[in-house]
Design a protein around this ligand. Structure first.
Ligand code: SF4
Ligand code: SF4
Length: 466
């Protein structure tokens, strides 16, 4: 039985704690059309990205097997995990900045949960089970009725196929399309791990879209709960213009009424089952369905649209929205700085790793008849998929520093790592005391140039007889 939403409890949980399934009505308005366009663009982007190659690899490829991440032509290894710092903090500041400015625009327009639920799975619902009234009737019918069994069974089958397809695309980000194809065509026992991963992903998606639905936003996603901290009076939210709408009800001689005719169309279309007229609520995912619904009602009544609209709490109270305020400026500044640093860092990622250390239990320096020597241990990693010849060169200001046995270079296989000793020599006659120097790892094809700074240790030059 339908129950009027109240602020104090969640509409989708009954008084006895049982789940109440919502069957929101569809409303096709300007916002819905715009959101559908964005949703289909996002779905196409998600589905096509594994097919697009940049630098010989998928544009985004989290190669778990080889512990590498290919991102737009750059190859990141485990040693580049620190770059995740930028991804996580950048994402955080982007969410902060957009929420402070535009409320839960992420939830309503781009969150995969909303995108798939509203623009894929609810389309399937309507195809098999009709509009919200028919679906609600079907809910109440017993399973023994063949019509219910066929309709709901057909819908479940369509859900399974869709979840299976989404799970495969998702898996392609981890094993690539060329890696995925033989797995699809082979028997499950040929690739048990991939099969289990795909089956689990399909099952989780099915559970989520078939049964859990809006509960993910209401119970699990922390973002809705964070909104009270991220949103202020100037954030643009989906809101009801109480000043214009109240007192709600039908106008009649001697009855003063606002523009809200209390038709409850905005409640009928809400996918989380709330009444926007009760003010900003944690359950509101800013999907704009109530905006379209109310605009439709207002148009039919020949009244101006926008009784429910995108507006800040300040605007709804009669003031003017301030977009430029300390928090939005601070978020924008931090976001810009982070973006610049992340871009520069990503551009400087090299297809090779180069680390220097001193071998344990060796002398810090060795003085021989004609030189002073320091021994280092170099770890060189070829992160690429091509074999490369590497050279290590020493650069020191004012001192001639040579490396023993390095002229022929070192060939390292794709994805391999080599650790080798490096002996650096300074002629006794040139030695003027300890100094800093730089070692450069370069490749013969010019694609690698990694610098490492180090310190040359030696005795007091005055103690050395020339
Ligand atoms: S759709 Fe508009 S007019 Fe109808 S109840 Fe909602 S706010 Fe009032
Ligand atoms: S209140 Fe409106 S914007 Fe918020 S979730 Fe419901 S329909 Fe969407």
């Amino acid at each position: 039985m339908s129950r009027s939403p109240v602020r104090e409890s969640v509409t989708t949980i009954g008084r006895d704690g049982t789940r109440r399934f919502l069957q929101p009505a569809i409303v096709i308005g300007a916002w819905w059309r715009a959101r559908r366009l964005v949703a289909w663009l996002l779905i196409a982007f998600f589905a096509l990205l594994p097919w697009i190659e940049v630098g010989g690899f998928p544009a985004v490829f989290l190669d778990v097997e080889h512990r590498r991440f290919h991102l737009l032509g750059a190859t990141l290894g485990l040693g580049d995990v620190w770059l995740l710092f930028f991804v996580i903090t950048g994402w955080g500041f982007l969410i902060y900045a957009t929420t402070a400015l535009l409320g839960r625009i992420w939830c309503g327009w781009t969150c995969p949960q909303t995108v798939y639920l509203e623009h894929v799975f609810r389309v399937v619902d309507r195809f098999f089970e009709g509009d919200h009234v028919s679906r609600a009737k079907l809910d109440a019918e017993p399973w023994s009725r063949p019509a219910k069994f066929l309709r709901r069974g057909g819908r479940a089958l369509a859900y399974l196929v869709l979840c299976w397809a989404v799970a495969h695309i998702f898996l392609a980000y981890f094993i690539s399309i060329p890696g995925l194809y033989p797995m699809i065509t082979a028997a499950p026992q040929a690739h048990p791990a991939a099969f289990v991963a795909m089956a689990v992903a399909t099952g989780v998606l099915f559970f989520n879209f078939w049964w859990f639905r809006e509960q993910l936003c209401l119970i699990i996603c922390p973002y809705g709960r964070l909104q009270s901290a991220l949103i202020d009076d100037d954030s643009v939210i989906v809101g009801y213009d109480e000043k214009r709408g109240e007192p709600r009800g039908k106008a009649a001689p001697g009855v003063v009424a606002g523009d809200c005719v209390d038709c409850r169309r905005c409640v009928q279309v809400c996918p989380t089952g709330i009444d926007i007229r009760q003010g900003l609520q944690m359950e509101c995912v800013a999907c704009t369905a109530c905006v379209d619904a109310c605009d439709d009602v207002m148009t039919k009544l020949k009244r101006p649209a926008g009784l429910v609209r995108y507006a800040s709490l300040r605007e709804l109270a009669g003031g003017r929205t301030r977009f430029l305020r300390p928090r939005t400026l601070l978020y924008a500044a931090l976001l810009t700085v982070g973006l610049i640093v992340a871009t520069v860092s990503l551009l400087r990622v090299q297809p090779a790793g180069f680390k220097l250390s001193r071998p344990p239990q060796t002398e810090l320096y060795v003085v021989s008849a004609d030189s002073v020597a320091n021994v280092f241990r170099a770890k060189i990693q070829n992160k690429d998929d091509v074999e490369r010849r590497f050279f290590v060169e020493a650069e020191a200001t004012g001192t001639r520093l040579t490396i023993l046995n390095q002229s022929a270079g070192l060939i390292i296989a794709p994805q391999a790592e080599v650790t080798l000793p490096l002996t650096l020599l300074v002629d006794r006659r040139d030695y003027r005391g300890e100094f800093n120097f730089t070692l450069r790892l370069r490749s013969d094809d010019g694609k690698v140039s990694v610098l490492q700074k180090a310190h040359f240790i030696g005795p007091d030059p005055r103690t050395l007889a020339r």
